[in-house]
Design a protein around this ligand. Structure first.
Ligand SMILES: Cc1ncc(COP(=O)(O)O)c(C=O)c1O
Length: 293
């Protein structure tokens, strides 16, 4: 597989208020964000030239920064315009949108009160997060790392630091031949995958974990609404791992993952059933602004 490094591409990146050449969008090695994870980001998708739920993502971006104790030095409207400008400059209609904000180099220790806040927005094509075959269902391992308790890490923030255990879990799963990992939470309940929320289907009803220690994804909330619109019962509740054997279908959802069926968790297998396909189609229709039949 040919890998094109992300720092060596054509195009432009919005960097602290202006569009600059992609390859010039650099940070100094002594940046607080790099050493102490004082960084927040967003993951968004544009469909046919329009970013899905753009403002909701920007609001979460600002809230993530607030939770980490810093203020993005722009208004929500300014970031909204910057995303539009960057998308137009990218020449892509369908693309992934990555705003990121981080603390700079003015201080290099745990305390970072006087650091400058930097903001960048990059946009690139990203067709299917789990590859072209993902609608056949992906396989998940169960991670050894758990989602931390709400008094251990600020789970509502889309903060870089929270992804350390996601990368560890994903790499461990990949080493065993799985595509991704299902993470349990600090109590042992089923939580989410390493970059997407999880849903289960049984007897025509849908079950999904309570988002009380992991990100309540924008896609998760969208999918719940789509299910309710179809009068499909949705139960947000605590799910124990021993219930995994009893579910018939399973799928992940997230901005990058969209709706991705899961065909196995460890040794358990799931069918890629009608309900999962219906949700995937409904989500696809919604983001592409096609009427839902
Ligand atoms: C850990 C994690 N959980 C859930 C999600 C889904 O969130 P959203 O639907 O807002 O993209 C993501 C993706 O951003 C994520 O990284």
């Amino acid at each position: 597989m040919e890998i094109i490094p992300f720092d060596d591409r054509d195009g432009q990146i919005w960097f602290n208020g202006e569009l600059i050449n992609w390859r010039d969008a650099k940070v100094h090695v002594l940046s607080h964000g790099l050493h102490y994870a004082s960084s927040v980001f967003e993951g968004e998708r544009a469909y046919s030239g329009e970013i899905f739920k753009s403002r909701e993502h920007t609001e979460r971006f600002f809230n993530s920064a607030k939770i980490l104790g810093f203020k993005i030095p722009y208004t929500i409207d300014e970031i909204e315009s910057a995303k539009k400008e960057t998308l137009a400059a990218s020449g892509h209609d369908n693309a992934y949108v990555r705003p990121v904000a981080w603390r700079g180099s003015e201080m290099m220790a745990v305390s970072a009160q006087h650091t400058k806040i930097h903001v960048a927005i990059a946009i690139w094509p990203w067709p299917a997060m789990f590859g072209a075959d993902s609608m056949k269902g992906i396989r998940l391992d169960i991670a050894e790392w758990r989602r931390p308790a709400p008094d251990t890490a600020p789970f509502q923030a889309k903060a870089a630091g929270l992804y350390m255990i996601c990368t560890l879990s994903k790499h461990a799963a990949e080493a065993k031949g799985f595509t991704d990992a299902l993470m349990l939470d600090h109590r042992g309940y089923v939580a989410e995958a390493t970059g997407a929320n999880i849903f289960f289907v049984k007897d025509g009803a849908v079950h999904t974990p309570m988002p009380d220690c992991f990100l309540d994804g924008i896609t998760r909330r969208t999918v719940i609404q789509l299910l309710k619109d179809r009068q499909i019962p949705v139960s947000e509740r605590y799910i124990m791992p021993d219930e995994l054997d009893g579910f018939e279908q399973c799928f992940l959802c997230g901005t990058a993952a969209e709706v991705t069926p899961v065909s196995a968790i460890g040794e358990r297998t799931y069918e890629v059933g009608d309900l999962t396909r219906q949700v995937a189609t409904d989500y696809n229709d919604l983001v592409n602004r096609r009427g839902i039949s």
